[in-house]
Design a protein around this ligand. Structure first.
Ligand code: VG1
Ligand code: CO
Length: 542
């Protein structure tokens, strides 16, 4: 039986950088989750009888929302739902399933790198038929619908047994519980030289992969351990937990500190990596060397042709605006297109679909390619391993060779988390009001060349996205970017991004924060961060 239930709109259901993210108790408000899912369905056309992929990162509340989403998909006329066993699908695996089974779209339940648990974060994101996050045109329509919605439809359904693989019928819809790993692992085998990586591993090359008690545990066990012969003990925190063991599943130098310390220690393995809550991010650390995500993008792009899936070369490279310019230098050398998009993977979809780029990346530990339409943590790990297996050099050698060839781009991001929203908006508004007059002025020891608020013109569909971050360019090539996060759930998070390019190899050995000191000082003098936020120091430095 299908029920129509009345609901009044919730004013705060505006999707952010990557879907709607709120605290679990907010999603538990009666009608809240249903109103958002119905608003998604109401914003779509012609999906009757078609397939919807549903899965999540396994965090607290995942299973409940999956049952709700299945019952609502049935009531709204989808013909088939594919759901990961246990309700699990990593974000890249969900993207792949949507593409492989030509689904109409998918619901991905995740708050990614945000903490999980009864009072922590949850999220829902809609992906379109190319496997990628819905573009702004759709997320805006979803938000508009949330503001007027007055009812949702749900089928009376016995809870689906998510734990056994198989096909079930219910309320006129087919439900297939599928293996969350198998199709994804098979895709990876088509892209990378597994024999070469196996040979590397059996030759004594040591790996540490930290799954952070999040979704990549089962993927890493299947791919790294079973198929590539990595020692089981090398996959750390491999059991997914609903609260990620109480940690933030955020692969950065703060939350993956144990891995970092291991990689900097006396008995460090050759290669360290970590992924995030939903498996789309990657952190790469070599023995004694941390690879910034912006550098990793550049290095993967420069070496991708060494892996079978990319042996024909790259069509182009794309990066989000705050990501460093290191990849631009690679694109210039390869003679391929370089694209600069706003933050968030949804802006890469059109470029990938149009064949304008092959590899994309963000400074926030996200890298991916045209194999899916999401960033992909294990993909980046496997591409690194493939490159290491072919080049037979250490991570450190590869990094230093790259810097010698292209110069080193020192890069850091300072986050001020959970600050007062009015203060954050005040800081940005005050700086924005001054942007036009900044050219020619000094900020500490640096001279400002130009400043603007980043607007993106999508070259494929002509859409325009404004207010994507404040950029300040200095003479000599350093750059400073300010923007507010669109993924947080408490207060505001100010992100300050700094970079400086250093061509001279004799000066490639500096500490990042020292090398960036003039840019960091300019950030404070231009924006008055301390005054606005009342904070002496960032919460997280990456
Ligand atoms: C952050 C990152 C951004 C990333 C987004 C989603 O967004 O900066 O690069 O695409 O998270 O990643 P924001 O708006 O907080 O800066 V994930 O792995 O959290 O889905
Ligand atoms: Co993520």
């Amino acid at each position: 039986m299908i029920r129509t239930v009345s609901v009044t709109p919730f004013k705060d259901q505006k999707p952010g950088t990557s879907g709607l993210r709120k605290k679990v108790p907010v999603f538990q408000t009666p009608g809240y989750t249903e109103a958002f899912i119905q608003s998604v369905f109401d914003s779509l056309e012609d999906y009757q009888g078609k397939t919807l992929v549903i899965g999540g990162d396994g965090r607290f509340y995942n299973r409940e929302v999956i049952q709700t989403a299945i019952a609502m998909a049935a009531a709204n006329g989808f013909g088939r739902v594919l759901v990961g066993q246990g309700g699990i699908l990593s974000t890249p695996a969900a993207s792949h399933l949507i593409r492989k089974y030509q689904a109409f779209g998918g619901l991905i339940l995740s708050a990614s790198h945000n903490p999980g648990g009864p009072t922590e974060d949850f999220g829902i994101k809609y992906n379109i038929s190319n496997g990628g996050p819905a573009p702004e045109k759709i997320t805006e329509a979803i938000y508009a619908r949330t503001q007027t919605i007055d009812r949702y439809r749900i089928a009376d359904f016995e809870a689906v047994n998510l734990d056994s693989l198989g096909t079930f019928e219910g309320a006129g819809m087919t439900i297939e519980v599928v293996d969350p790993v198998a199709d994804y692992a098979a895709l990876m085998e088509t892209l990378f030289d597994f024999d070469a990586i196996r040979a590397l591993v059996s030759g004594g090359f040591r790996i540490a992969f930290d799954a952070m008690h999040a979704v990549t545990g089962p993927y890493a066990r299947e791919i790294l351990v079973k198929r590539l012969g990595v020692d089981e003990a090398s996959v750390l925190n491999a059991t997914p937990l609903e609260d990620f063991g109480g940690h933030h599943p955020d692969p950065n130098l703060v939350h993956a500190k144990e891995l970092y310390d291991l990689m900097m220690g006396p008995d460090a393995p050759d290669f360290g990596a970590a992924s995030d809550g939903d498996g789309d991010r990657n952190l790469i650390i070599g023995r004694g060397v941390f690879v910034t995500p912006s550098d990793s993008l550049a290095m993967l792009a420069a070496n991708a042709h060494l892996a079978p899936g990319y042996k024909g070369g790259l069509k182009g490279i794309a990066r989000s605006m705050p990501t460093s310019g290191a990849a631009d230098r690679v694109a210039a050398k390869l003679g391929v297109e370089m694209h600069e998009t706003p933050t968030g993977w949804k802006f890469f979809g059109n470029l990938l679909d149009a064949g304008r780029c092959t590899i994309c990346g963000e400074e926030s530990a996200g890298t991916g390619s045209d194999h899916v339409r999401e960033k992909d943590g294990l993909w980046a790990v496997l591409l690194w391993l493939n490159i290491l297996a072919v080049r037979k050099q250490s991570v450190k050698q590869i990094v230093e060779d790259h810097w010698a060839e292209y110069g080193r781009t020192y890069y850091s991001r300072h986050d001020y988390e959970a600050i007062d929203t009015d203060q954050a908006n005040g800081l940005v508004a005050a700086l924005e009001a001054r942007l036009d007059g900044l050219a020619g002025h000094e900020a500490g020891s640096l001279t400002i060349e130009k400043a603007d608020s980043f607007t993106y013109h999508d070259p494929v569909d002509g859409s325009v996205s404004r207010n994507q971050g404040l950029r300040i360019f200095f003479e000599g090539g350093s750059r400073l970017v300010f923007r507010l996060s669109g993924t947080g759930t408490s207060g505001a998070t100010l992100r300050v991004y700094m970079e400086r390019h250093e061509p001279d190899p004799a000066r490639h050995g500096q500490e990042t924060q020292d090398a960036l000191a003039p840019v960091i000082a300019a950030a404070e003098s231009l924006a008055g961060i301390r005054g606005w936020t009342g904070r002496d120091a960032p919460t997280v430095i990456t």
